[in-house]
Design a protein around this ligand. Structure first.
Ligand SMILES: Nc1ncnc2c1ncn2[C@@H]1O[C@H](COP(=O)(O)OP(=O)(O)OP(=O)(O)O)[C@@H](O)[C@H]1O
Ligand SMILES: [Mg+2]
Length: 251
């Protein structure tokens, strides 16, 4: 994606999603319109079943809208073929999920290398980059551990490093702290917020208001509709914790 002045990163126009169109159709999203600019940190909240994951999957090109337009840097991606969507995803999006989705038999380093293998990065560069990314998320001392030898929060930070492997424009997270005790969740969100401060656009789905407050803008869904879209007042936002002894470092 190139930088195009005045064109938002993301524009959804009256997007709807109907699952199971032929029997028992479910209107999971109804006429959702949304503009997201580069560098934003958007939190998406709403009750269970309100369409949060559906929206995130559409934003991340993991699923297609039933109706409406999705412009990514001004380009209508609803017309792209599956292979083209996969390429855009690989080159520009990083994903993290509640369940980490790491390969259990691979070490932290090897997990981070996987997307680079698909992108054709040479072994030496891959290893260097994997190491640097793991150091960046505070796991320089856990390079050769396998997922089961790591805490949940550490596993999620490996997943973040992996999501960053191909230098995405946009980081999408669905309940990234859903399986974590609060202290580990806080470290994961510190890491995500640090990436945002360095310029990464971030979209986080959560049912936890405390997690949402890492963002600068809150989008609320109810019954598949966007019912609120507001900045999070500065006084309510989290600040990087100076006392924590852990910081997402640059480089
Ligand atoms: N593949 C599917 N087929 C049919 N219905 C689906 C499918 N996926 C989701 N739905 C329905 O669409 C609606 C929205 O689901 P979605 O997963 O987006 O909700 P959510 O806000 O992420 O909920 P939660 O907080 O529980 O994760 C729900 O009513 C759900 O049952
Ligand atoms: Mg969900």
């Amino acid at each position: 994606m190139t930088h195009l002045d005045g064109i938002p990163l993301i524009q959804l126009e009256q997007v709807s999603k109907v699952y199971g169109q032929f029997k028992e159709p479910v209107a999971a999203l109804r006429d959702v319109s949304l503009v997201i600019e580069r560098g934003e940190f958007v939190s998406i909240m709403g009750p269970s079943g309100s369409g949060k994951s559906t929206l995130l999957n559409i934003l991340g090109l993991l699923d297609r809208p039933s109706h409406g337009a999705y412009l990514l840097e001004g380009v209508d991606v609803t017309t792209l073929k599956d292979g083209e969507l996969a390429r855009v995803r690989r080159d520009h999006f990083g994903f993290i999920f509640q369940s980490y989705n790491l390969f259990p038999e691979l070490t932290a380093m090897e997990n981070v290398e996987v997307p680079m293998i698909y992108a054709g990065v040479r072994k030496r560069e891959r290893k260097e980059r994997a190491r640097a990314l793991l150091e960046h998320v505070g796991l320089g001392h856990r390079l050769h551990h396998r997922p089961l030898e790591l805490s949940g929060g550490e596993q999620q930070r490996v997943a973040i490093a992996r999501a960053l492997a191909n230098s995405p424009t946009l980081l999408l997270a669905d309940e990234p702290t859903g399986n974590l005790p609060s202290e580990q969740g806080r470290m994961v969100m510190e890491t995500v917020a640090g990436l945002n401060r360095m310029g990464m656009t971030v979209i986080v789905v959560t049912h936890d208001p405390d997690v949402a407050r890492w963002g600068t803008r809150l989008v609320t869904l109810r019954d598949g509709q966007l019912v609120a879209d507001e900045p999070i007042p500065e006084a309510e936002r989290h600040r990087p914790d100076e006392e924590a002894g852990y910081h997402a470092q640059t480089g």
